[in-house]
Design a protein around this ligand. Structure first.
Ligand SMILES: [Zn+2]
Ligand SMILES: [Zn+2]
Ligand SMILES: [Zn+2]
Length: 150
């Protein structure tokens, strides 16, 4: 089974109706090597479905995120999305600032967090940034950055 089919399968297993648009999004994420900005996603969708509204695309991204087939990240340049790393349990991420390689980490700081009384926690984020072994080895961060596909 290809990655697109895997994503589509996971969405339909969870009761989501698979529209052409959702299939197209699944394929986009399946084929994307890394992160996609909302604008990149919207531009792609508009090429396939001229006249499609940004709201419609964003609603589908929200749905896909809730079903955990994609994950949302807050990077320095803003919000980006990528295919879920496939980790079945609650996890956080370690992200390379150079190549954006993302590794799931199992430990969660939430149990050690003092929550003020009366505060209801509904979600939390915890991300660790740095440079992966490959990028540290290559040493030339600027050059690697220029070679990255936009
Ligand atoms: Zn993940
Ligand atoms: Zn890296
Ligand atoms: Zn956590």
């Amino acid at each position: 089974m290809g990655e697109t089919e895997r994503i589509v399968q996971r969405m339909s297993d969870q009761g989501l109706r698979i529209t052409e648009q959702r299939r197209t999004l699944a394929q986009l994420f399946a084929e994307a090597p890394g992160y996609l900005t909302p604008k990149e996603i919207y531009d792609h969708m508009q090429r396939v479905y001229p006249g499609l509204s940004f709201d419609t695309v964003y609603r589908n991204l929200r749905v896909m995120q809730e079903l955990d087939v994609i994950e949302q990240f807050m990077l320095e340049e803003g919000v980006k999305f990528k295919r879920s790393c496939g980790e079945p349990h609650h996890h956080h991420h370690m992200i390379c600032l150079q190549c954006e390689k993302t590794v799931p980490i199992r430990s969660c700081p939430m149990p050690d967090t003092a929550v003020p009384s009366g505060f209801e926690v509904v979600r939390h984020k915890f991300e660790v940034y740095g440079y992966c072994a490959d990028c540290r080895e290559s040493g030339d961060r600027a050059q690697a950055s220029a070679g990255r596909t936009p």
